[in-house]
Design a protein around this ligand. Structure first.
Ligand SMILES: [Mg+2]
Length: 367
């Protein structure tokens, strides 16, 4: 069954994101979510939807660069041509455009959505290696705030049922030991603590010192302690600390995953379509990491429900994601006042519900 695309629309949309408790990390403050919604229409009228959750500090893309590249560079590769599966179309996009993973992922996710809708099935039916998990625990990011605000946010998320708290760390002038101590004092031993330095520790020694200083608070994961382009530093830190290392910024692409595996640089891999340049790549990377004995977890660039739908599908469907042990960054309900899709993705007691409709199970509200 061939897939022929009749039209591609790329809309730039601003999604009001909460400012109180906005995520502040070594990469700066996430103060705005100006993203691209992609609508693909096939020859038979079936539609598929995707999102490019763009930020300059993360992938070097803006909504405008993504929309422009989609319209001028990627759409001409796809329009009117027949493809047997999304991977074939994505290969064509990868030959045409280097980098710009979120722009390409928005199209690839929309292709998967459209492809499975045209077959009348959910994407999970095409990819699952287990019965999809119905509810997935969320991990909530707490920005680099002083102790009092850190505690306020931790208590808010805890009261909403979130059981894994991810502390952004490594911002100069903020005392991470005092922050984590204050939250343990307030909430006790039960919350799972992870940290994410977003590459903020410039050397392996810096990272080891920082992680060692936080060991009394029982860290479950240390995420991306060292700079993204220094994979060897990540491998060095992993050998020197007793906390599992989560690779995020250092592993965007399948090639980077191969190198990280060769260096044995991580324990857990952060995966999601925008970062990986497509659902197709995320799928392949999750399977590869799992085969190598590594666990996967969903990362995020603060996608809305539209972007989250594909992430939830992947986490729910694959054994590579031990979601009960490793919560996923599925935080839309915590940072956006309202959903941008129908049906809205349910969030209850710290968990998101896996959509069950055709495709990824949601459609953007475009009016
Ligand atoms: Mg991260």
């Amino acid at each position: 069954m061939s897939l022929t695309i009749r039209s591609i629309e790329a809309r730039v949309l601003d999604h009001p994101v909460r400012q109180a408790g906005a995520i502040i990390s070594a990469l700066g403050r996430h103060h705005a979510s100006r993203y691209v919604t992609v609508v693909l229409t096939a020859n038979d009228g079936t539609r598929g939807y995707g999102q490019a959750a763009t930020t300059t500090t993360w992938s070097g893309e803006t909504a405008e660069t993504a929309a422009t590249l989609i319209e001028t560079c990627l759409a001409p590769e796809l329009l009117g041509r027949g493809f047997s599966e999304p991977a074939e179309a994505l290969a064509s996009l990868d030959r045409t455009l280097h980098g710009n993973p979120f722009a390409k992922a928005a199209i690839d996710v929309a292709l998967w959505d459209l492809w499975s809708r045209s077959r009348g099935v959910a994407v999970s039916e095409l990819i699952a290696d287990r019965d999809p998990v119905a509810w997935i625990p969320t991990r909530a990011s707490i920005g680099c705030y002083p102790p009092e605000e850190t505690v306020r946010l931790a208590v808010e998320f805890w009261n909403r049922g979130v059981r894994t708290l991810k502390f952004k760390t490594g911002v100069p002038g903020i005392d991470d030991v005092a922050r984590l101590q204050a939250v343990r004092d307030r909430l006790g031993p039960e919350p799972v603590f992870t940290i994410d330095a977003n590459g903020g520790y410039p050397t392996a020694d810096h990272a080891v010192r920082a992680i060692d200083s936080l060991l009394p608070f029982n860290l479950a994961l240390a995420e991306q302690p060292t700079p993204r382009d220094r994979l060897t530093l990540l491998a060095q830190v992993r050998k020197r600390v007793p906390v599992p290392i989560l690779a995020d910024e250092s592993v965007f692409t399948p090639d980077e995953l191969d190198e990280a595996l060769e260096l044995d640089a991580f324990d857990v891999l952060s995966i999601y379509p925008g970062k990986n340049g497509g659902f197709t790549h995320s799928l392949a990377m999750a399977r590869r990491a799992h085969a190598a004995g590594k666990a996967c977890t969903i990362g995020s660039n603060l996608e809305t429900d539209l972007g989250q739908a594909a992430m939830i599908c992947m986490a729910a469907s694959l054994e590579a994601f031990p979601v009960e042990r490793l919560a996923c960054d599925l935080m839309a309900a915590l940072f956006y006042d309202r959903s941008d899709v129908r049906p809205a993705i349910e969030f209850r007691n710290g968990k998101v519900k896996t959509p069950t409709g055709m495709g990824f199970g949601v459609a953007p509200i475009l009016d």
